[in-house]
Design a protein around this ligand. Sequence first.
Ligand code: HPA
Length: 236
Amino acid sequence: MATPHIDAAHGAFAEICLMPGDPLRAKFIADSYLEQVECVTSVRNMFGFTGYYQGRRVSVMGSGMGIPSSAIYYHELMAYYGVETIIRVGTCGATLGAVNLNDIIFAQGACTDSTFNRNRFGGLDYAAIANFELLQIATARAAEYTSQFHVGNIFTTDRFYDADPNLNTLFERYRLLGVDMESAGLYSIAAEHGKRALSILTVSDHLIRGEHASAEQRQVGYQTMLKIALDTCLEL
Ligand code: HPA
């Protein structure tokens, strides 16, 4: 039952799928945290894997960067592969002074400059929100590992480069925590299919302070985030 972008067999995906942007990070997560790992799809090298985390069947797949790429995979997994829950495990740039490099952000909602949701929502402004149950479980797990986490609104942008620097001031004024490129699309797709989604992000850059986490620093925050995401899977 291949779809245009996924060549996995029917039933090859677990009901829960963790999704980083980078397909090689998906491979790293599968190799590091899952047992009995199988590579279930590799179209365009967008690798997807299924295995077991402490006995729970879990998949992990890359999404690519930005709503246009990631929405293809979110849609095909939810519409055709029986995926009920997607947890995005990504990075973001921070836009609030109270947020620091390597902090973990739970995107309760996602504003956007993308027309993706507006086009699908009759020209109106769609409030893209995380699934409440997932958010509750994940934040409870987070509190066991770290105090360096935040829950709130983020901004999903179509543009990594040439962003208007005044926007960061605007985001700060409205208490947005950070900027990614996928969450607003993920949330509307999950809602449309009656499924659950949550974006958990580690802060790789600080857009107000012009700071960048080193590769080593990033690894620490990222691993805490993965533990939170995987422990959340055990409760679903
Ligand atoms: N912009 C958008 N997405 C991001 C950024 C950023 O600065 N950093 C990490 N993901």
